[in-house]
Design a protein around this ligand. Structure first.
Ligand SMILES: *[C@@H]1O[C@H](CO)[C@@H](O)[C@H](O)[C@H]1NC(C)=O
Ligand SMILES: *[C@@H]1O[C@H](CO)[C@@H](O)[C@H](O)[C@H]1NC(C)=O
Ligand SMILES: *[C@@H]1O[C@H](CO)[C@@H](O)[C@H](O)[C@H]1NC(C)=O
Ligand SMILES: *[C@@H]1O[C@H](CO)[C@@H](O)[C@H](O)[C@H]1NC(C)=O
Ligand SMILES: *[C@@H]1O[C@H](CO)[C@@H](O)[C@H](O)[C@H]1NC(C)=O
Ligand SMILES: *[C@@H]1O[C@H](CO)[C@@H](O)[C@H](O)[C@H]1NC(C)=O
Ligand SMILES: *[C@@H]1O[C@H](CO)[C@@H](O)[C@H](O)[C@H]1NC(C)=O
Length: 744
């Protein structure tokens, strides 16, 4: 690909989605002012003036903000080339001049009085066209039950972090339902096809159908309405919402209505059998392909309007029926053509996950076929897991198609302290300097949110920097100071230990997927290896507790203290598990009873108790979200069960067992603890009776407990109980001295 074409391709993208009238500028400024009021209240908000001026951006058109005023001048002036740029400028001011912090768990917005001066007018431009956010899976793992109030908060967070490109995928099933009905499918055929709400991400990528369904009528109506609110708000900031498009997957019932249609049944996915996976893919050459694809997009854009960027994933984690480049090119071209039939300006946003997930299938010829099947500049690829397994490096920068360097970081929305901070910090700058780089943005593509906020704060900041953060240690100190609203030696030291251990992951054992024995079905083969020195976690725990007297009333501190206590407990579970296993293998019954007893009757209950002290870690709050999304008791029960499945068995028989594990009060007590109890009990029985431990039999028995938890209707508190600091200290005083003495 020639340099001139790359430039042309990128130039096209620069124009996509930017409204240019004075009306747009005024509307975007008003949206940022409203955000300011939500964030700070109307009094403090009155001391900021917000303006949007497209002309602030240089010829590059890249988002730019300008800050001035404050101090002796009452007003802080924030100007942005778009609403998003102004919001990012506002957050830059709050962060770097006021020492504030906005995060999922809790924000610290104590403003200095008077507002600090911006000594010299400060103008900052982002180095790239896009800051992207979301993964198709985030919609299911984190957003599935959200109401408008929660969405509003998230879109504010997005704006403040300068995100200008994000999926807006709610309500699409309501549109599909219209299309399928128009095509002659019956309502019951459609009901049979859709998954339940908690599994829609995988239905949308063709991985699954039917599981956990059907979708109630009320769901469609509420999601449609919600999607309108989401789109209005995103657009009001000048963000580009990415709508879904037809990727080729169809319900089986299409073949009843159109018996001659050419479909291929795909293989199974995620240990699901063909009752729930093995979806049908329409052949690219079939005349129905453009018909269905354009019916959907026409209906969708009629309902929601469009900003011309569409997402579709045909072969996500699924082996295509043929590895012939001609087939892959045709399958790709068909998706794109169905888009352009309706919207000639369409740009296709593709999750590049497939290429790195199945590298043995996706060789250079196969990748080339996909990338070459769409005109240059019209395929925007998300290099989804670029901090660990970048694809751009081995595809000559996606052969000239523009791409976004994304940090994936988290799988399944697991708790567990984790980060590859050095790789994240260096990654975007390295990608930008890659020969003939077609990088046009940075992104965050976590499967689930609400964890490891430091990692997301860093990534968001990198979206506005050309170079890496020069000193991560200094950066993390500043992060902690802002988070807690002041400097403490104890928190600084604690965060530096976390930075060099859990957050400095690289190499083999490094994973954003929590595989701690705590959250996994027990066996004698569990791997307790971690990539860091556990001492660092225990020391960070101790250091945070030393500052507890000073910071006890700071919400973010309490959250972090709990999170680090949780992490320490997770380490302790590994250590007690090792004791249990060793005792069993050495046939030391007393030793086994002692270690197993501490694990099951002391450690896990104490963990559950400390988790119960913060509403972020309550199973009751989590399930309440699902129940609140319902319009009847029957629906509430159904949604709750969807949610319980997702957290644990995932599928009917534990198909993707514990993938989306969380560490919630209630889940520890009623799911993880009973299975550890059964495990220890079975091992004891095995020694006493002198019969071998049979994993196969244990798996069958423990499944009964797991399933009983999912089907249970027990209600859990959605209000915290107990004092986090007291409970964390209690756990610490019991276990820390033993850890130090090496005598757990
Ligand atoms: C970059 O593009 C130029 C112009 O097409 C080409 O001559 C050069 O070989 C490319 N460099 C690399 C490393 O691909
Ligand atoms: C806003 O500005 C006015 C005028 O300078 C000042 O009296 C007031 O204290 C300021 N409020 C805040 C929250 O800064
Ligand atoms: C798929 O698995 C479910 C749940 O175990 C079972 O009920 C169903 O019969 C299976 N279907 C097929 C086609 O094997
Ligand atoms: C059905 O589609 C496949 C894949 O594109 C193609 O190889 C095959 O020839 C088609 N069959 C018919 C009958 O058109
Ligand atoms: C992370 O580890 C590497 C060595 O593996 C080291 O060079 C680097 O300084 C560490 N970074 C931090 C922030 O501790
Ligand atoms: C445990 O996992 C680590 C990191 O993935 C690996 O290096 C090690 O070989 C594993 N140990 C066992 C016993 O499987
Ligand atoms: C882990 O850290 C502790 C405390 O700093 C140290 O004594 C120990 O040697 C370290 N262990 C390893 C394996 O590096």
């Amino acid at each position: 690909m020639e340099a001139v074409t790359v430039a042309a391709a990128l130039g096209f993208l620069l124009l996509a989605g930017a409204g240019n009238s004075a009306g747009d500028e005024a509307r975007e400024a008003a949206a940022v002012r409203a955000l300011l009021v939500r964030l700070l209240g109307s009094g403090p908000a009155a001391n900021f003036s917000v303006t949007v001026k497209r002309s602030l951006a240089a010829e590059s058109g890249l988002d730019t903000y300008r800050l001035s005023g404050g101090g002796a001048e009452a007003q802080v002036r924030v100007t942005g080339s778009t609403g998003v740029a102004a919001a990012a400028g506002l957050y830059r001011y709050l962060r770097d001049f006021c020492g504030c912090h906005v995060a999922w768990s809790s924000s610290q917005l104590h403003l200095p009085q008077p507002l600090p001066a911006v000594p010299q007018e400060l103008t900052e431009a982002t180095p790239n066209r896009y800051r992207y956010y979301q993964n198709v899976c985030t919609q299911s793992y984190s957003f599935v039950w959200w109401d408008w109030a929660r969405w509003e908060q998230e879109i504010d967070w997005m704006a403040l972090n300068g995100i200008n490109l994000a999926l807006a995928w709610s309500g699409q099933e309501a549109i599909w339902q219209r299309v399928y009905l128009a095509l002659g499918l019956t309502q019951s055929e459609i009901n049979e096809y859709f998954t339940g709400p908690a599994f829609l991400a995988w239905e949308r990528m063709g991985n699954l159908h039917s599981w956990g369904g059907p979708l109630p009528r009320s769901w469609h109506l509420k999601q449609l309405y919600l999607q309108h609110q989401i789109l209005d708000r995103m657009r009001s900031f000048g963000m580009i919402p990415v709508l879904p498009a037809f990727a080729g997957h169809v319900p089986k019932a299409i073949t009843r209505v159109f018996p001659l249609v050419n479909v291929t049944q795909m293989g199974s996915w995620g240990h699901f059998n063909c009752s729930y996976s093995c979806s049908f893919l329409l052949a690219p050459g079939d005349p129905m392909f453009p018909i269905i694809g354009s019916l959907f997009l026409r209906e969708l854009t009629k309902e929601f309007g469009t900003d011309h960027i569409y997402g579709a994933d045909t072969f996500n984690e699924m082996q295509p029926p043929s590895s012939e480049p001609a087939y892959l090119a045709a399958a790709t071209a068909a998706v794109y053509q169905a888009m352009t039939t309706v919207d000639p300006e369409a740009v296709w946003l593709l999750q590049g996950w497939l290429f790195q997930h199945q590298p043995q299938f996706w060789g250079p010829a196969q990748i080339g076929a996909v990338l070459g099947a769409v005109p240059c500049g019209r395929l925007l690829v998300l290099d989804l897991f670029a901090e660990t397994q970048p694809v751009y490096t081995r595809t000559a920068s996606f052969q000239g198609q523009p791409f976004i360097w994304c940090m994936l970081h988290n799988f399944g929305g697991n708790h567990g302290l984790f980060g590859t901070l050095e790789a994240v910090n260096q990654g975007p700058a390295v990608a930008r300097l890659f020969p003939n780089s077609t990088m046009v943005g940075t992104g965050m593509a976590p499967e689930g949110i609400g964890q490891n906020e430091m990692v997301y704060a860093l990534m968001a900041e990198l979206g506005w920097r050309k170079d890496p953060i020069p000193d991560l240690r200094a950066w993390v100190t500043n992060f902690a100071d802002r988070r807690y609203g002041g400097h403490q030696q104890g928190t600084e030291a604690a965060w530096r230990l976390l930075l060099r251990s859990v957050y400095n992951c690289s190499g083999e054992a490094c994973s954003g997927h929590n595989r701690s024995p705590l959250v996994k079905r027990p066996s004698l083969q569990m791997n307790t290896t971690v990539w860091y020195n556990r001492s660092d976690v225990f020391e960070a725990w101790r250091l945070l507790l030393t500052t507890a007297p000073t910071l006890a009333t700071t919400p973010a501190f309490r959250y972090d203290l709990l999170d680090v206590t949780r992490q320490a407990a997770q380490e302790l579970v590994s250590l007690y598990y090792e004791e249990v296993r060793t005792a069993y293998l050495n046939k030391e019954l007393v030793h086994l009873l002692r270690a197993g007893g501490v694990l099951v009757y002391e450690l896990l209950p104490a963990l559950d108790e400390v988790l119960a002290s913060d509403h972020h870690f309550l199973l009751g709050s989590w399930l309440e979200q699902a129940r609140m999304a319902a319009v009847s008791e029957a629906e509430a029960h159904f949604f709750e069960q969807n949610s319980r499945y997702q957290l644990t068995l995932w599928g009917p028989v534990g198909n993707i067992l514990d993938y989306a594990n969380k560490q919630f009060a209630g889940l520890v007590a009623d799911y993880y603890t009973p299975r550890w109890q059964l495990f220890v009990g079975t091992l004891v029985e095995s020694l006493v009776q002198d019969v071998p431990f049979q994993q196969h039999q244990f798996d069958k028995d423990v499944f009964q407990l797991e399933q009983a938890f999912v089907l249970s209707t027990k209600r859990y508190p959605s209000q915290p109980q107990g004092d986090t600091v007291d409970l964390a200290k209690k756990l610490f005083l019991k276990y820390y001295p033993q850890w130090v003495a090496g005598s757990l």
